[in-house]
Ligand binder design. Structure first.
Ligand code: FE2
Ligand code: FE2
Length: 216
């Protein structure tokens, strides 16, 4: 085994790899998805007005996945327990699939991603790092609550999809399944129940993001 392989990663190594990932997420496009796009064999028939609406929804979901990347990366940076850090990094990888699928769907519809991506990323990164600093139980509680809210949000998008849009439906259904699992993993790992005002505040912050990213 070489010296490099034996060397333990220092906090600085983690920080540098986070910075590298952050820049890639926002400016390089996501790394290729690790799983097949769930829409691969699905059809979609949409009117022009429907395409416009779906693009707005997918821009919101893409922005949400940018925020998820930041959240998980921020938490991985500050998590104290190795097992928690590993779970966060694993979830971040699945979130990357979501990011790639949302981006692909937007490209198919000939619409762009949110211009405010760096803002969604920066805001979420800080929140994730703060949650991580508060301790692993709170940090996991934050993940569990975030995923719970994301699942509800995805359900509302699924309910709005035109019957003919099987492509978007396939992607959102797979995402919902993953987010449910992320929430369960966080719960099993010892997530604390967040106080009501914090949960409300999180809902408010996501409302700002979802209404803005639909347009901008
Ligand atoms: Fe996701
Ligand atoms: Fe998730």
């Amino acid at each position: 085994m070489s010296d490099m392989e034996k060397r333990q990663l220092t906090p600085l190594d983690h920080l540098l790899s986070q910075a590298d990932q952050a820049l890639r997420t926002m400016f390089g496009g996501p790394p290729p998805a690790s799983r097949e796009n769930p829409a691969a064999n699905a059809e979609s028939e949409l009117s022009e007005a429907e395409r416009h609406h779906i693009a707005g929804l997918m821009r919101v979901n893409h922005a949400g996945e940018i925020a998820a990347q930041a959240l998980y990366q921020g938490q991985a940076l500050t998590a104290r327990l190795d097992a928690v850090r590993d779970a966060m990094e694993q979830a971040a990888e699945e979130e990357n699939d979501h990011l790639a699928w949302c981006e692909e769907r937007l490209r198919e519809l000939n619409h762009r991603t949110s211009r405010l991506d760096p803002l969604w990323f920066a805001g979420s990164f800080v929140i994730g790092a703060l949650a991580g600093l508060a301790g692993d139980r709170w940090s996991l509680g934050f993940v569990a609550e975030t995923e719970r809210q994301v699942v509800k949000h995805l359900e509302s998008h699924l309910a709005q999809l035109p019957a003919g849009d099987h492509r978007t439906r396939a992607i959102l259904e797979k995402m919902k399944e993953d987010e449910e699992r992320h929430g369960e993993i966080a719960g099993r790992a010892g997530a604390a129940e967040l106080p009501e005002p914090v949960r409300k505040l999180m809902g408010l912050a996501s409302k700002v993001m979802t209404t803005t990213a639909y347009r901008i």
